[in-house]
Design a protein around this ligand. Structure first.
Ligand SMILES: Nc1nc2c(c(=O)[nH]1)N[C@@H](CN(C=O)c1ccc(C(=O)N[C@@H](CCC(=O)O)C(=O)O)cc1)CN2
Length: 289
């Protein structure tokens, strides 16, 4: 058996096309141009690439994008002050603070001050709370993209066992919330595994859906995967100049029914969902939703 490859690059292109049409319609109806401001602190090369890709995707979809680039030595107080001025700028609908931040800045302190209506990453506690309650304003971009990828496979998720590897605020925890909610592409039974989990391999082997987000190159191997499982790889690891995920793609694709590649899987969908959230944010702030 060889798995269906879930082509995130192609799916993201389809989404971006649909979002561009919706942006066009929105502009005609409201005379408002959705506007995202990204804040990038420091010189992390990967973060710079992701932010550039986000900006390019915005521009192609007709969304205005602005970059505030700040030096690596920026203090927490300085960053808070910049976010606060974006919060009150009525011309900015979405604020994105690229993570990770330099060591001297407490990420939580920053994410807590982003205006929740402009929080297109859905990292603010108010937006996290709304997700937990099953009435989201925005969905965090990576779990949102994964949800759309799972839906694209048309697999039945109700009652299935989804095992998430990793308990991060950005992926693991919100992904669990999306998978346990009621409805299509959800209604799953979820286990989150992490660095202190015992018998991790045995638990993963029972999964119908595996979401690997632990940042360990090619950690999930074929012997850990139940035949026919759907495997979503969130990892982006550079090993000897090669980009690999958290899943041993070549081995696992022989066992899984569907699998996402790295690159070209979850990453492009993360960016497409950011565009969707920015349009939603512009709608909310223009009184359209
Ligand atoms: N404010 C945020 N910070 C971070 C987020 C986030 O959602 N919001 N997620 C990650 C990084 N990230 C988006 O910011 C991101 C990572 C990777 C990709 C991507 O398209 N990857 C490509 C490979 C690109 C490469 O060569 O490195 C792929 O998988 O095909 C997009 C977005 C942490 N920070």
């Amino acid at each position: 058996m060889s798995a269906e490859i879930i082509d995130g690059k192609a799916l993201a292109a389809t989404f971006r096309g649909q979002i561009a049409d919706e942006v066009n319609q929105f502009k005609t109806q409201t005379n408002v141009v959705p506007h995202l401001t990204a804040v990038l602190v420091g010189d992390d090369p990967a973060s710079a690439v992701y932010v550039r890709n986000k900006q390019r995707s915005c521009e192609k979809a007709g969304i205005q994008s602005t970059l505030q680039r700040l030096p690596a030595e920026t203090s927490e107080a300085e960053l808070i002050s910049i976010v606060e001025s974006l919060n009150t700028d009525s011309g900015v609908h979405g604020i994105l603070v690229q993570l990770p931040l330099p060591k001297q800045i407490n990420e939580t302190a920053i994410l807590d001050v982003v205006n929740p209506l402009k929080d297109v990453d859905a990292f603010h506690p108010e937006n996290v709370g709304l997700i937990v309650q099953g009435r989201p304003r925005y969905l965090p971009c990576t779990p949102y993209g994964i949800q759309q990828m799972i839906l694209s496979t048309k697999m039945e998720t109700a009652g299935k066992h989804a095992v998430i590897l990793g308990r991060s605020e950005i992926v693991g925890k919100p992904m669990a919330m999306l998978l346990i909610q009621r409805g299509q592409g959800a209604d799953a039974t979820v286990t989150i595994c992490h660095s202190r989990t015992q018998n991790l391999n045995e638990i993963v082997k029972t999964a119908d859906i595996i979401i690997a987000a632990i940042g360990k190159p090619e950690f999930v191997t074929a012997d850990m995967v139940k035949p026919g499982a759907v495997v979503i790889d969130v990892g982006i690891n550079r090993v000897n100049d090669r980009l690999v995920g958290d899943v041993d793609f070549e081995g696992v694709k022989k066992v899984a029914s569907a699998i996402t590649p790295v690159p070209g899987g979850v990453g492009p969908m993360t960016i497409a969902m950011l565009l969707k959230n920015t349009l939603t944010a512009a709608g909310i702030q223009s009184g359209c939703q």
